[in-house]
Design a binder for this molecule. Sequence first.
Ligand SMILES: [Zn+2]
Length: 218
Amino acid sequence: MVNLIIFGAPGSGKGTYASRLLSRLNLEVVATGDIFRGMIKEETPLGLKVKEYVENGLLVPDEITLEVLKQYLAKIPKGKGFLLDGYPRTIEQAKALDKIAKIDAVIHLIVSDWIIIERLSSRRICKNCGAIYNMLYLKPKRDMICDKCGGPLYQREDDVPEVIKRRIEVYEKQTQPLLEYYREKGVPFVEAKCEKLETPPETVVEEIIKGLEKLKLV
Ligand SMILES: [Zn+2]
């Protein structure tokens, strides 16, 4: 059983790697955004509280997020670990997390800025069904038309180079102190680098698994 946190910039492929790691290791991916959405849908008492914040475009306060996380982690079957994606985002959250779970390692995705910019600025989304395409490696069969539903594809306004650069900066500013926090605590790191645009996700996932094996965590 291993408990992990994954850090990676927007466009680093974090979500893809997380879902692949979950099928390889005995893990559950814990993404707070998804948990919130699930709870709101099920209308649990805590979910209704979360809903108020989300619907008003407010950040869910730390103590509520932590309570949500606590309940969620408690439900993970014994012997199964977790991979936290999107949490913690602040030192306060990291300290609070320490009180409810032990983190065995941090997975740090290191992806060159230019790759993120290339990837995200090549992304196209179907206006109709939300399917995601990429003009570099996941092209629709017909130009700017969705394969699944025939709807028109568009580019998100924040998927343009200038905005992507800013998003990367924000991410780095937010994440740097957290990486330092875990380093100082002596939590081991598994670093996975992606320096080529064409690196397939399997390669990065293998690198992460090898890193965890070296640490004797899996
Ligand atoms: Zn579509």
